[in-house]
Design a protein around this ligand. Sequence first.
Ligand SMILES: [Zn+2]
Length: 683
Amino acid sequence: MTAYPSIKTFLHLVLACFAFVIAAVSVSATAAVNPGGEISYDINVHIDPVTRMIEGQSIINVTRPRELNIVLGQQFEVTQALIDGHPLGRSRRWSNQSHAWQIPYDLLPQRQIEIHWRGKLSALDATLDHEQTLDRPIPVSGEAGTFLSTGSGWYPRIVGGLARYEVKLSLPSGQRGLVAGRLLEESESEQGYQAHFEFPFPAEGITLMAGPYEIETDVFIGVKGESIQLRTYFHPQLSGLSRDYIEAVKRYLKLYELWIGSYPFTEFSVVSSPTPTGFGMPTLTYLGINVLQLPFIRDTSLGHEVLHNWWGNGVYPDYRSGNWSEGLTTFMADYAYKEQEGSEAAREMRLGWLRDFAALEPGQDAPLSAFTSRTHGASKIVGYNKSAMFFFMLRDHLGEAVFNQSLQGLWKTQRFKVTSWQHLQQMFEIVSGQNLQPFFTQWLDRAGAPAIIITAVENTQTDSGYALSVTLEQSSPTYQLSVPVAIESEEGTEIHQLDLQQNQQTFTLAVQSKPISVTLDPDLRLFRQLAPGEAPPILREVMVNPTTKTILLSENCEVRHIAETLAGRLQRREPKTVSASKQLSTAPTLVIGLQHEIDAWLEAKNLSPRPEVVSEKGSAQAWTLAHSNGASLAIISAQDAASLEALIRPLPHYGRQSYIVFEGRQAMDRGTWPMRVQRVRVE
Ligand SMILES: [Zn+2]
């Protein structure tokens, strides 16, 4: 089990999931509208995970004339390649090249290509993490698991086109496997396992998984009375979890069928992976063994992956105009579960999104329409979080009923079609009867977010009560915003929506009883740049900001070396070190040292001493503080070299914290400094 990274990696992973097909074939997906043809594959494949040999035959039918580019991975040998019964010709010059056939446009109404291939799959490397698995699209096999992704070139594939398929899979006894789709037939004997699948919708590719699985099955009756086959394909050590997963899938299917519309497929399976991945594909999710063992996965990631059968694998995003499916899925899964928990939990999640966004440098931000899939931390903050907040604001703007009807309309009209942000806009406009162009344009096409502040508050007594004038200012370029402000009076608190369209505007509000204070967007319902005092500093800032400076306090060689490694791991680059004696710049600064060195340095720099929550606790501590010049600092303090070294692995996973205390590698206590809302007292 030492092959697996610590549990913290998985906490990180939970946030990192996405629809696999999207990532694996983004190249073909850009051209995925099937410009000129219907494609179908009929594949027969035998895999032996012990010898790692694969042998396959594929018949590809194309029923509308088009130019065809067919590719197959370089490790395979082609034993037969025919088009309409004639030789297809050479596919490569050298044996270390991938196979590629180019078939020019031809007017023939139907073409049939037959390719037989065989070869050795790469060895499964269970030490890879999620991102490494993504980075290496190679077909891997071993007794613990086989994973052949679309992008790995495991079957001869026509580039740039959606395709239907049938796959007949055969494996040695003890192994079981699947591809996305409907299971038509399955048999098992001493000779081995055989299964026949069909995917009758246009799909972006075929991913095959196998392993020493134990299968449990159940049936869910959907809203239209249709049967949906539920299965777990689990490694033997997970068999005790099957029931819980199946029950959780049933809950999610019910939730989303009622919310959006009927489930588009005939099955859903939860499949375990020997590597710590988290992928969603149509009809299934493929999650690492260790991930599946985490109790909260059933309550969060699983629902997210089930929902991708509607958004992502049911309605396909159009990459040319940006991927909306991660944001909508995050909003209707991860965020929706927080709303079910309560308004406080939901607000906390929105605060997290805004805080993460505030920790970005302007250059790291990009418009939402430029997000295609998750490539690094910064793009996720936009592609998942800002996008989810976009849908949250849209629901606020339209009301829940219209918002939900629009989603249901989208589902009815766009199923299995490549769908752009513009299609979404049109649907929301048709259902609401509103022009949403300004709303979509300002949130999708601009990077950044508006910064809004209260610049003046004046109160005058009138005959009927009070006239309270509130002046708001927003940064350029201006947004059209409905800004919630809370007016606190002796009678209680009332929320007013102020329509802010210009850089500066004054609003006069009639208030019955004497106002006490005005608070800007206390519930965090707007995607905005938090003011410096508003956003509590978190550790992530020194991790993602490319201008971050690092100060290594220790003179001791060993400690210094460990500190440097830790800084490099946190920043994912060579740290830029500056001298401890230099004056602090306005750039974010990471300071690492032993406890006594840290305390002495804080005092010498006239900075606040170690906060109480991290004092005299654990073997190492990290916390953030804001310098009076506006720069944010992150301090890492350890009692000795070993305690510092123990942070190298876990600490990078705690970017969202303002402070954290470790005992060895174990996080004992952590949290964020409270947010300070913009509140102005009425004189
Ligand atoms: Zn996702």
